[in-house]
Design a protein around this ligand. Sequence first.
Ligand SMILES: Cc1cc2nc3c(=O)[nH]c(=O)nc-3n(C[C@H](O)[C@H](O)[C@H](O)COP(=O)(O)O)c2cc1C
Length: 352
Amino acid sequence: MTQNPLHHDYPWTTPDAPLVVSAPMMKITLAKAAVTVSANGGFGFVAGGFDLSNLGKDLSEAAELVKSQSLSLHDGVLPIGVGFQNWGSDLKLALEAIKNHPVAAVWFFAPNQLCELLDWTREIREATNGKTKVWIQIGTVAEAVEVAKTSKPDVIVVQGADSGGHGLAQRASLLTLLPEIADALAKEGISTPLIAAGGIIDGRGAAAASLLGASGVALGTRFLASEEITIAKGYQDEVLRVTDGGVSTVATTVYDTVRNIHGWPQAYNGRGVANRSYLDAVHGMSERENQELYKEAMKQGDSGWGPEGRMTTYAGTGIGLVHKVMPAGEIVKSVQQEAINLLLKTAARFAK
Ligand SMILES: Cc1cc2nc3c(=O)[nH]c(=O)nc-3n(C[C@H](O)[C@H](O)[C@H](O)COP(=O)(O)O)c2cc1C
């Protein structure tokens, strides 16, 4: 399947290629990145994260960019989405920002309990008369079935274990997780479209996800090496340098600890490049000393990253497939084109 089954709901997205979504990444995917992705036939998400104090400003900026890129509003909504880390987000602030600048979709992630998403879903749908669609990112079969039956999102984002940044500590990779979720939903008579996230970097991953039953793919790590992203050079260089993500990245809570971030639900940790902070923590350094050393590293700017660095490089196991910084629009188009070529080639190989 090479078509985009979600084109009807998101009419600016390329109709005859797999849907490519840029996942929300806190403080990294802001207005410019999201709008550029959407302007090139993908679906860009602005990251609200857990602190929504800047969201109004980010969406105003996105609205201006949408105008200047001669993208149009579709059914009165901006052709982008907004992602929330629900465990720390304030629904009132979210509603305020979305009422001022309605967006095509919201993306929920990591609530303290899935039932909290019922209020979020209802209130956001009410605020925009259902024009803002609801996407929920989950990481297990049980979560997928629960949200599909309760919050009834328009899209479920299936986040496999290879993903960068935060995710459930215990979950499978897309290869098994996605088809098992597709089967479990089908058994319940539910046909919510699935978007695959976690380890997809190029057209090969997108083609594979399509064959596993995904209606589109969401990429985070690949877009860390895009021109429109908000990222320190040291961080981006690290994404280009590191290879063999199964060994060079780790899923851990150490990077929250050293940066003094509290509040993530217990079931979550974050995948990033194994660095000095991580190795010291494993070898018994106290949290306090590790935090102090992290603060010192922050003063070093870009040289705080690197093989002996302490600055956090959240990224997924696909990091070794990211070789160069590209314009976000080119990433969207190259992933789509490569996926189509591969799917056609594969189909031709097995025809007859
Ligand atoms: C640096 C970074 C920050 C992220 N921040 C968020 C976030 O703020 N909200 C969210 O829902 N997901 C976040 N994610 C996870 C993405 O939504 C997505 O699941 C993941 O990037 C997909 O895997 P990939 O990185 O292998 O492409 C983040 C991922 C990365 C790499």
